[in-house]
Design a protein around this ligand. Structure first.
Ligand code: B12
Length: 370
């Protein structure tokens, strides 16, 4: 893709902003990627990205939250607790973050996902140098070049090489680790390459499809090993959301925890969830939320479901926790593995559940609005 010619979609641009800033701030790990768009659409407007990324506070807390995936609440807590990030204030007192702060927040988030503690990651961001993960916490394999080399092979469609690299990356890892330390980060890497223009859509698709197949294979294996499941858990993503990765992760998490995951795939109309509950009496329904489009409408629909507790998680849930809870949904934050297992363990201990029998047949509590 020529420099400056951006795809038109919203959040891809956010990621590209971060990639751009990483490049222009000169703090990228490894070699800079060939993506230096000069204009970016931001929340519907075109804005010029300065060559000095530390200037011009322009992003509201909500925009930063959407760009980085860190909730507004967490940004305020970090500010209070660690003195980071340090936004400017408008005359009316609203926070405004300069692009460089957005980059640093994204760096901190990435490092925490890699197993570094928040305080440490913030100290590192301030110093501009990486630190080792806390002892006992597993880093993503992305610290070395295993994941990038796997994606290199995939975007070149060298499938035998990709198989070999995937096999090496997974050596000695259990299924949960393969999913969380290899497949998840590799899908993210492929997505980042697309959005910063260093690979094309067909290359990203090839890589993502390869990795989703690996995730499905792990799921098959986990299902075969799980011979006496505790109860059924439905897994899906909602109508309008075609992302399957989160719901497959959810299935894997459930199977590894001893439950039978019934995968209903992506883009499922809510009325079908009700049919599935009526037909198969699951102990719970798990929903992976990647997009926040129409989220209020969807939550209102979910509030009317009867017959099984509904839990939601995924990247879009973070800013809609209150609304979700008011709609009677259970909110699970963080990665599907291990958090789904923790939730299901608690569910097993509730009377009348965990054996596939139904929860009380009442609608979910108040479908309030945010
Ligand atoms: C692959 C992909 C696609 C593929 C999906 C193919 C498929 N068969 O699944 C396709 C091409 C269809 C696609 C389309 C679009 N995509 Co897309 N896509 C991605 C990509 C690259 C990977 C998503 C993925 O599978 N990740 C792997 C899974 C395992 O990770 P995950 O979903 O984050 O799940 C983790 C956690 O969130 C959590 N989790 C997930 N679910 C649950 C549930 C529970 C209960 C719990 C506890 C935890 C949990 O656990 C997982 C880790 O263990 C991401 C970029 C990225 N870096 O992630 C963009 C991304 C998700 N897509 C995005 C967008 C904007 C789109 C499009 C709108 C683009 C467009 N303009 O067309 C469309 C929307 C289409 C639609 N209607 O759904 C944005 C979403 C931003 C947002 N939240 O608003 C992203 C983040 C890219 C970006 N940075 O801009 N996409």
């Amino acid at each position: 893709m020529p420099v400056g010619e951006a795809p038109t979609q919203g959040w891809g641009d956010g990621l590209r902003l971060i990639a751009t800033l990483r490049w222009s701030a000169g703090i990228a790990r490894g070699s800079p990627r060939p993506c230096i768009p000069t204009t970016l659409p931001k929340l519907g407007r075109r804005v010029i990205v300065s060559t000095d990324p530390s200037d011009q506070p322009r992003y509201s807390i909500a925009a930063v939250s959407k760009l980085t995936g860190v909730s507004c609440h967490t940004l305020r807590v970090w500010e209070r607790r660690y003195g980071f990030p340090v936004p400017c204030r408008t005359p009316s007192g609203h926070r405004r973050y300069p692009p460089r702060q957005v980059l640093l927040i994204a760096e901190v988030t990435q490092r925490t996902r890699d197993g570094v503690g928040v305080a440490q990651a913030i100290a590192e961001a301030r110093r501009g140098s990486p630190v080792a993960p806390e002892p006992g916490r597993l880093p993503a394999l992305g610290h070395d070049d295993t994941i990038p080399r796997l994606i290199d092979a995939l975007v070149r469609a060298e499938l035998e090489a990709a198989e070999a690299r995937f096999g090496r990356a997974c050596a000695g890892l259990g299924p949960a680790e393969v999913a969380t330390r290899v497949i998840g980060p590799a899908i993210t890497e492929a997505g980042e390459r697309l959005f910063c223009g260093s690979c094309s859509l067909c290359q990203e698709r090839l890589a993502v499809m390869f990795l989703l197949r690996k995730l499905s294979a792990l799921l098959d294996e986990a299902q075969r090993a799980n011979v006496r499941p505790v109860g059924r858990v439905l897994s899906l993503s909602l109508q309008g959301d075609r992302h399957e990765g989160g719901s497959l992760m959810l299935c894997l998490a459930a199977e590894l925890a001893g439950w039978r995951a019934v995968s209903l795939g992506a883009d499922l109309p809510t009325r079908e969830i009700q049919h599935a509950i009526d037909a198969w009496s699951p102990a719970a329904v798990g929903i992976s939320l990647t997009l926040s489009r129409n989220i209020r409408k969807r939550f209102d629909e979910l509030a009317r479901l009867r017959g099984a507790p509904v839990f939601v998680g995924g990247r879009s849930v973070v800013n809609y926790q209150g609304l979700a809870r008011r709609c009677g949904l259970e909110v699970i934050l963080g990665p599907a593995i291990p958090n789904v297992a923790r939730f299901l363990d608690r569910l097993r201990d509730r009377p009348g559940e965990g054996d596939g029998t139904r929860a009380p047949s009442s609608p979910r509590a108040g479908s309030g609005r945010e």
